[in-house]
Design a protein around this ligand. Structure first.
Ligand SMILES: [Fe+2]
Length: 255
């Protein structure tokens, strides 16, 4: 039985997510950006949280850790490389670690780039992954602690997940990502169609997430380093994939 998921907004543009395993009754909170909306989601669903899965140490992903731990006596899992900066952490993980939510297996994928210890969580049986600030819909996270080749390798790992994997991300940044994506990949008809849908969703104040790996592969320029039209547009036909990625990231930083 696949997990059930509740997605909601926190702070100004962070997503909060609850993941519920109906068989065992266990529930994970993916990052803890803000206490009140998480409590509201718990109330709404009736799911009692048993753990927090932390992706990285930024305050807008861990701020409610201690309050939720105190209230629910839950366990906090997060990246070994950032354990000093994650309040209340009980269990550390890294590339290849496995966590269980009831009978549901969660594979940890190290995805450094945005921060040096950032991890993503993949539930292969339910075909869902939580990529926080590594992979966004039509974008990727800013490189605060790593150089572009590190993020490129992380994105390559995520791009290799099955195309029908559903992706939940850390922020609602899709509209500005779409506007940027069109500047580097203007002739991509799938991207143009998606950008129009995103403009309409945001005009209605609706969430643009989740997405899928397949949708990102066809429209997200940060996964399309091999694409001939993008390479031509950038004048980088002969460059390495990692260099194409770095150039796109640099342009987005200045967008
Ligand atoms: Fe972050």
């Amino acid at each position: 039985m696949p997990v059930e998921i509740e997605q909601f907004m926190c702070r100004s543009d962070n997503f909060g997510v609850l993941v519920h395993d109906p068989k065992s009754g266990e529930t994970a909170i993916i990052d803890a950006p803000e206490e009140a909306p998480i409590l509201a989601a718990i109330e709404r669903t009736g799911w009692k949280p048993t753990m927090i899965l932390t992706t990285h140490h930024h305050v807008d992903h861990v701020e409610a850790n201690l309050a939720l731990k105190e209230r629910f006596k839950l366990r906090i899992v997060g990246p070994e490389a950032e354990k000093e900066k994650i309040p209340g952490i009980d269990e550390t993980v890294g590339q290849g670690s496995v966590v269980h939510l009831g009978g549901e297996r969660i594979d940890v994928i190290a995805t450094p780039g945005h921060t040096a210890g950032h991890v993503s969580y993949h539930l292969p049986a339910s075909k869902v992954a939580f990529t926080a600030d590594t992979l966004f819909a039509l974008g990727c996270g800013r490189l605060f602690e790593c150089k572009p080749p590190v993020m490129y390798e992380s994105l390559k790992k995520l791009a290799a997940l099955p195309a029908d994997t559903v992706i939940y991300c850390g922020h609602e940044y899709t509209l500005s990502n779409a506007r940027f994506a069109l500047t580097v990949d203007p002739t991509n008809s799938a991207l143009r169609e998606r950008a129009a849908k995103i403009e309409a969703l945001r005009a209605d104040n609706k969430a643009t997430l989740p997405t899928t790996i397949g949708e990102e592969l066809s429209t997200n320029p940060f996964l399309r380093w091999h694409d001939p039209a993008i390479r031509k547009h950038l004048g980088m036909e002969k460059a390495s994939d990692a260099d194409v990625f770095a150039e796109i990231r640099k342009r987005k930083d200045n967008f």
